[in-house]
Ligand binder design. Structure first.
Ligand code: F3S
Length: 292
């Protein structure tokens, strides 16, 4: 059985940076906390917790120590609240998200109507809008874009993980909604690159294993695109979920992982699959001998 790892997989730049910052905080002096889980991966959150970095729900939950802001970012009020309490802030907001926040702020400062393309309830989109005093109109699809009124000046900011395809078709509609349209293309390529690599691989293997948190949106999407091209796909969080029978008569297995899946989990999965491959090969030889 051949195991092939997707070209682009696992931690993106922003998540890697955030986890490294949290690990450094764990090794430092004093108590550290993350505002919300640092990433959508229970194993990483659990490891950090065992090192003394625990997630908190809100700034009010603590009175001292270091507060780590995760890659999705937060609004300006959170920085103010933490500073007032004298907390040490470790800002792990992904630089791509930071740019989107600043662009949204500038759109409002320049007196333009702000349109944010993204999911209303996603923490990143909420943080972008907070930097614009919550004045942005958040839209997710072409239908909502059609409904927008014609305005004098419009500025558009995009959720970093927004689909490029949808972005193009929505912008086409928005071009008719304002004569002065300024588009800040704040899409980050990491998500798209992972999806493209997963699809390329899924087209050429018998089975796909997608690794990542069950609560991770981008991991679920990876599994979905692999299934869409007709490949049998299993979404697992850790190697303990792998089942020997999945690999019966399978010759090639593709492996990919969401942007919040650490390398050590991917390695464990691959090692377990190699053990399975040996077991199945040995069973195959036994049957061959019996047959002769
Ligand atoms: Fe940043 Fe892109 Fe990852 S925006 S957090 S590098 S998906």
């Amino acid at each position: 059985m051949e195991i092939i790892l997707a070209e682009n997989h696992g931690f993106c730049y922003g998540v890697k940076r955030a986890v490294e910052m949290a690990n450094e905080a764990a090794d430092g002096k004093g108590k550290s906390y993350t505002l919300g889980p640092i990433i959508h991966n229970p194993q990483v959150v659990g490891r950090l917790e065992s090192k003394g970095v625990s997630p908190i729900q809100e700034v009010a939950d603590i009175d001292e120590g270091t507060m780590i802001i995760r890659s999705h970012g937060v609004g300006p009020a959170i920085y103010a609240e933490a500073e007032e309490k004298g907390l040490h802030i470790l800002d792990a907001t992904c630089p791509h998200v930071k740019k989107a926040q600043q662009d949204a702020k500038s759109v409002i400062e320049d007196g333009m109507t702000l349109v944010i393309l993204g999911e209303k309830n996603h923490p990143e989109v909420k943080s972008i809008n907070l930097w614009a005093n919550n004045k942005g109109i958040i839209i997710e699809d072409e239908e909502s874009a059609q409904k927008l009124q014609i305005v004098e000046k419009m500025g558009v900011v995009v959720q970093t993980t927004f689909s490029q395809f949808k972005f193009n078709s929505i912008i086409e509609i928005l071009e008719k909604k304002s004569k002065n349209l300024k588009v800040f293309k704040t899409i980050c390529n990491a998500t798209q690159e992972r999806q493209n690599s997963a699809v390329d691989l899924a087209r050429n293997v018998d089975l796909m294993i997608v690794i990542g948190g069950k609560n991770s949106g981008n991991t679920n999407r990876l599994a979905e695109v692999c299934r869409d091209v007709g490949c049998t796909t299993y979404h697992i969080e850790t190697s303990t979920e792998l089942q020997l029978e999945w690999f019966n008569r399978v010759q090639t297995v593709g492996v990919t992982a969401g942007a919040s899946t650490p390398d050590w989990i991917i390695k464990e999965v691959i090692e377990t699959m190699k053990d399975f491959a040996e077991l199945l090969a040995a069973e195959g030889q036994e049957e061959f001998k019996k047959g002769n």
